[in-house]
Write a protein of this length. Structure first.
Length: 413
């Protein structure tokens, strides 16, 4: 699963632990409203998951926090403990979240009780549609409406439709035309772009030895539950991240994985990273816009694309001075040698390095919450992760630090 779920650990089989009935796992009591007075608005509450990795297997937790601010502290004695790696899915302010299991195709819904505890509800299996796991990027489990959500699966080239309110499967449809026999491994970008009734998803292709020099764009109609189109971008491989501008144009960039592969192995393994565009209302790539990513950062190996404030974005560029001598691909990928640069969307040069966020490894990914992009600075030993808000007008802002690697955040209220 490339960058966001690419981990240096063996993934062990797991089963989601059952919770008894409707008992709540209490985190903290909430004060009752004063009698005869209107109840105050409920304070914000976020569900945050984290996965830790060890020689005996993976383990996860879900914590409830009232803020993602940097001074927020998680009481790990009060979290919901789960076996194996887990992802967190949900729509904002709906009072619940769903958990995807590491090596089982299951989704379990948890409601958040009035006292701030966890109420386990139904578990849904997607095995009838050929899925083998649900530890996956939260953006590929988008919630379309209160009674409809997708699981977008690259291995089966299909979309499974489920109802998160009733916790039942309601159907599926194939994504025909996206697979390529010469590059049989297809992966979808971790955070697709919603545009009205359409969902636009970049797809990258690879074989055991190389990434394809091209990418694809899949457009879904989320009301009719069907594929609108599949377009090929022959000029740019490894498209993995996207940002939508205010005018509706969507920019796509090669991911950091392919940027590191190109830097380590050259064109034989991965094409030069680039940035391309889909104009507002269009379903194919703009033939008049192509930028080599290294041209944005004075020749540095460059990948990724994350939304900033307004019509700005951030890319991640390799600082060669921070690499160990004779660095191979593993060192390139894992070294804390990648810096964020800020640019104006649509520009062909002139990105500038930013302060306020430490160099980190090429991986880590991002999580979106209420329209904000939070990038993950993961510690070298994977023991903890610090979130940075890149949408802040004054530049990247340090936010919450959590144990392990977070695979989802949902604002439950």
């Amino acid at each position: 699963m490339r960058e966001f779920l690419a981990l240096p650990c063996l993934l062990l089989s797991c089963a989601l632990a059952a919770c008894a009935g409707d008992e709540e796992t209490l985190l903290a009591p909430l004060a009752e409203a004063a009698p005869l007075e209107p109840a105050p608005p409920a304070e914000p509450l976020y569900a945050v998951t984290g996965t830790s990795f060890g020689p005996e297997g993976n383990s996860s937790y879900v914590a409830l926090v009232s803020s993602l601010a940097p001074d927020t502290r998680i009481d790990y004695r009060r979290v919901l403990e789960l076996p194996g790696g887990t992802s967190l899915f949900g729509s904002d302010r709906d009072g619940f979240f769903a958990v995807g299991a590491e090596e089982q195709p299951t989704i379990t819904r948890f409601d958040v009780g009035d006292a701030g505890g966890f109420l386990q509800r139904d578990t849904l299996s997607l095995a009838p549609y050929g899925l083998g796991y649900m530890w996956r990027d939260p953006g590929l489990v988008p919630f379309i409406a209160a009674d409809k959500a997708y699981v977008i699966d690259a291995q089966t080239a299909s979309v499974v439709i489920w109802n998160p309110a009733a916790m039942v499967l309601t159907g599926s449809f194939a994504i025909d035309g996206v697979l390529d026999p010469a590059f049989p491994d297809t992966a979808f970008e971790p955070d697709p772009t919603r545009r009205g009734d359409q969902l636009l998803i970049a797809a990258t292709h690879s074989s055991e030895t190389a990434s394809a020099p091209f990418s694809s764009l899949v457009v879904l109609d989320v009301q009719r539950d069907e594929v609108v189109s599949v377009a090929r971008e022959e000029r740019c491989g490894g498209l993995w991240n996207s940002v939508q501008a205010a005018n509706g144009d969507i920019y796509y960039a090669t991911g950091a994985w392919d940027a590191a592969q190109h830097r380590a192995y050259g064109e034989a393994v991965a094409a030069a990273p680039c940035v391309v565009r889909v104009k507002a209302g269009e379903t194919t790539f703009d033939p008049d816009f192509l930028v080599r990513a290294s041209e944005l950062t004075l020749g540095s190996a460059t990948g990724a694309l994350v939304a900033g404030p307004g019509d700005t974005a951030y890319v991640k560029a390799l600082d060669e001075s921070l690499l160990p001598p004779a660095a191979d691909f593993d060192a390139l990928w894992s070294a804390a040698a990648w810096r964020w640069w800020r640019l104006d969307l649509g520009t062909r040069a002139g990105a500038a390095p930013v302060d306020g966020i430490e160099p980190a490894s090429a991986g880590g990914g991002e999580l979106s919450v209420e329209g904000k992009a939070y990038v993950l600075n993961v510690a070298q030993d994977l023991a903890e992760t610090t979130l940075f808000d890149l949408s802040a007008a004054g530049g990247p802002q340090r936010m919450l630090t959590v144990r392990g690697w977070p695979y989802g955040i949902v604002r439950v209220r």
